[in-house]
Every structure is written in structure tokens, then in C-alpha cells.
Design a protein around this ligand. Structure first.
Ligand SMILES: CC(=O)N[C@H](C=O)[C@@H](O)[C@H](O)[C@H](O)COP(=O)(O)O
Length: 229
């Protein structure tokens, strides 16, 4: 059975939650064994898939989970704004470390490797490709080029201001054009995640609200402080 059909069957069975296990960089939780433990806990709690950043984290996670893993590498490049899996070598390393799906920056911004070349490399390894996009234009272009999954991951992150709410309108627009949409970015409550599916998403990736303890603490602290003011 192809990887895509396996993924679709799993999403149908388990309901479409992907858990991104990316600790805040430098956090006491930012350790491969802790990432792997969070991923295993998410899998045991019914996550249909996992999103993991970095080769060491991916290897540690692959050793303990059987759920499909979306692998990424984040880099801060001096000459380019794209951060997520910018190099073809990153694709090779993620494939070797056990990713099933490789996500990359699918925006139309300056980049060291073209979307076409990244897609060809991912498919050469027999894996699925997910394009992390910021707009309808990015998403349709990557869909046209053959990315199996179109993520709304970067909506709100390519300009100065990041909205508080997720971009449900982008989910609807991409789904209406026939994309297999991964809703991702600021789905910070179960209600918002459910709305993503109602807007036509194939699945929803949730990170901060489940695995970034510092962010969740801050949300609670802000809410309590608002009462004290
Ligand atoms: C913009 C960017 O670089 N997003 C990243 C992509 O991997 C992660 O930092 C996010 O945590 C992930 O997309 C999940 O989103 P949220 O944490 O909002 O549930």
C-alpha cells in the first residue's frame, strides 16, 4: 500500500490530529529524549502523526514511535529568509533518519534550492512532500508542482505582524481548489482544530498548545494578569 493511502487511512481512523513536538529552543525540554517521550505520549493518546525538527530529535523519535513522522530541519540562513528544510542535503538527512513525510518552506521567497528540486529529491526517496505555505498563491503553486500536502504553516509569519487567530480562510480557499490541506499555525484549542476540519482541512497540526510548556504558561499568566489589572 502506498504511503499516501496508509496516511489517508490512518487519518480517517484516528481523526486527523498531528502533534508537532518542537520545544522552545534552549528550553530545559529541548532534548532528543524528551522530544521522543512527548511524541510517544502523543502517539499513545491517539495522534495520527508527528512533526519533528532536527536529525537527533527525529532519530530518537523514530526509535520509539510507529506513527508517520513529518520531518523538518530549521536553519537560520544569512542570505535567505526561508528556514524550513532549505537544502537538498537536509532532505537526504531527514530521509536517512526515518521521516515519512518531509516538509519544506513552500513560499515564493528567495531560497537556496528550488521547490521543484526539493520535491524531486523527496520523491526520489519514496517519501511524501508537505509544502509549508503562507498564501493561496504559494499553496496552489506547490500543489501544481506535486506536493501531496499543503500546509498553512507560514501564514502570518512572512510579514511583521502575526495575527492571534489561525488562518481558516486559507484552509477553505486551498481545500476548494483541491489541495490536501494541513491546517497548521495557531490552532491553540480543540475548538479551533475542529473548525479547521469543518473548513475542509485533511488534518490539523498542533504544536505550541500541546508541547510548548512555556507558551502555555505564558497564556495562563497573561490571562491571570489581565484580571489583576
Ligand atoms: C512559523 C513556524 O516556523 N512554524 C513552525 C513549523 O514547524 C513551528 O514553530 C510551529 O510550532 C508549528 O508550525 C505548529 O504551530 P503552532 O505551534 O502554532 O501550533
Amino acid at each position: 500500500m502506498s504511503l499516501l493511502i496508509q496516511l489517508e487511512n490512518r487519518i480517517t481512523k484516528l481523526g486527523g490530529l498531528i502533534v508537532s513536538c518542537q520545544p522552545v529552543p534552549g528550553s530545559p525540554l529541548d532534548k532528543p529524549e524528551i522530544v521522543a517521550a512527548m511524541a510517544l505520549a502523543a502517539e499513545q493518546a491517539g495522534a495520527a502523526g508527528l512533526r519533528i525538527e532536527g536529525i537527533d530529535n527525529l532519530k530518537a523519535t523514530r526509535a520509539v514511535v510507529s506513527a508517520p513522522i513529518i520531518g523538518i530541519i530549521k536553519r537560520d540562513l544569512p542570505d535567505f529568509p526561508v528556514r524550513i528544510t532549505p537544502w537538498l542535503e537536509d532532505v537526504d538527512a531527514l530521509a536517512a533518519a526515518g521521516a515519512d513525510i518531509i516538509a519544506f518552506d513552500g513560499t515564493a521567497r528567495p531560497r537556496p534550492a528550488s521547490v521543484e528540486d526539493l520535491l524531486a529529491r523527496i520523491h526520489h526517496h519514496g517519501l511524501l512532500a508537505m509544502a509549508d505555505c503562507s498564501s493561496l498563491e504559494d499553496g496552489l503553486q506547490c500543489h501544481l508542482l506535486g506536493a501531496e500536502l499543503i500546509g498553512t504553516t507560514l501564514s502570518g509569519y512572512t510579514r511583521d505582524v502575526t495575527p492571534k487567530e489561525p488562518d481558516l480562510a486559507l484552509v477553505s480557499a486551498l481545500a476548494a481548489k483541491g489541495c490536501r490541506v494541513m491546517a497548521e499555525g495557531r490552532y491553540n484549542s480543540p475548538e479551533l482544530a475542529a473548525q479547521a476540519l469543518q473548513h475542509g482541512a485533511f488534518a490539523v497540526t498542533v504544536g505550541s498548545a500541546i508541547t510548548r510548556l512555556e507558551h502555555v504558561c505564558q497564556w495562563f499568566r497573561d490571562a491571570l494578569q489581565d484580571v489583576k489589572k
